[in-house]
Design a protein around this ligand. Structure first.
Ligand SMILES: [Zn+2]
Length: 92
């Protein structure tokens, strides 16, 4: 969904592709209520961006557990912690 930065109405249906033959040099949306063209780069789509995934963002893992304290290798310090967390994922 794309919202007008001014009145916050949904303008997702108004998307126009770039068409240099009629003077539209870049794609974007248009808010009829505000008479406002909204360019591709003006829309906040940060929520679509990739969420960083790393050892510190293990789903179900304890928040704030440093990845250095988790090890997937038997015999390493942190392996017990790894197994405990892995168990919460449904592995055993
Ligand atoms: Zn608007």
């Amino acid at each position: 969904m794309v919202r007008c930065p001014k009145c916050d109405v949904d303008i997702g249906h108004s998307y126009q592709e770039a068409d240099p033959s009629v003077g539209i040099m870049s794609g974007g949306w248009f808010c009829e209520a505000c008479d406002l063209p909204v360019g591709d780069h003006e829309v906040d789509r940060s929520s679509d961006d990739d969420v960083p995934i790393g050892p510190a963002h293990i789903p179900g893992g304890p928040i704030g557990t440093p990845s250095s304290q988790i090890s997937g290798r038997p015999g390493q310090p942190g392996f017990e912690e790894f197994k405990r967390i892995a168990r919460t994922w449904g592995y055993d």
